[in-house]
Design a protein around this ligand. Sequence first.
Ligand code: GLN
Length: 286
Amino acid sequence: MLLKDALTSAIHRLTDSKVGSPRMNAEVLLMFTLDTDRAFLYAHPERELATAEYARYEQAITQRASGVPSQYITGHQEFWGMDFIVSPAVLIPRPETEHLIETVLEIRTSDRGRQTSDPVLRIVDVGTGSGCIALALAKELPSAEIHATDISPDALEIAEANAARHQLERQITFHDTDLLQGLEGQGFDFVVSNPPYVGEAEEDQVQLEVRKFEPRNAVFAGPTGLEVIERLIPQAEATLKPQGWLVMEISGTIAQGVERLLAGWKDVRITNDLQGIPRVARARKA
Ligand code: GLN
C-alpha cells in the first residue's frame, strides 16, 4: 500500500464515521505510526508502507473512527509549548487552559511591583491531571515552589512522568489527596485549578468523545457544575496566605454562581477566553 493511498482511504473512513477534521486526524495518526513529520508525508506520497506499518495505521484509524481522541492514541498533547504524555486516566490539556497560566503570570508581575522583598513563591495546582498547569508554571517561574494534588493515583503517575521528562521533578511536590485536604494552613501565594465544572444537566451539550473517553470525574462536578468549586473555595481560603490568590478555570454557565461563591473575597474578576466565553476567575483572599 502506498502512503498516499493509505492516507486517502483513512480520510474516507474517518469522514464516514463523522470524525471532525478527517484529513488532520488521518495525517496525525500516520505521522505517529511512521514516527515522522508532516513534511515527510507530503514529500513521499509514493513511499510503500510495510505490512506491519499499515496494520498499525489501520488499528489507529479504527480506534479514531470509534471516537477515541487522537491524543489517547498517540499518547501526547502539546500545552504551553511543552509536550505532555496523556492517557485515558487524565483530561487532555486544552488550549483555553493556557489563559490560567497567563493570568497567574500577569498577577505575579503586577504584585511584584508592589513588593520590596521577593520571597519564594508557593503555588498549588489542584486536580493536576496530566500536570500541565503545574509544569507550565514551574517552567515559567523556576524559583517558585510548586505543589500539585490529585485524587487519582493513575493521574498522579502521569503527572510525575511528565515532570521527570521535563526535568521539573525537583521543583514540584505531588500530593495524593482530595482537593486541598492536608494542605490547610500552609500559607500558599496561589491556589490554581482547572476543576471539573460541567453540570450533569449540560451533559448532552458535551462532545460525545469527551463523555465517552475522558475521565468523568475530571469533567463533571455534579448536577449543576458548581459542586467541586463550592468545596474548593473554602479549602483554598484555608490554604492561602492573606492576600493570596485563587485562580480557577470556569465556564460561562457557572460564571454567575462562581461570583456568588466568591463574595467575601477581594479583587474578584472573571476574564474571557478567545471565543469571548468567561474562562478564568481570580480572587484575592481578604
Ligand atoms: N489540570 C489538568 C488540566 O488542566 C486536569 C484538569 C482536570 O482533570 N479537571 O488539564
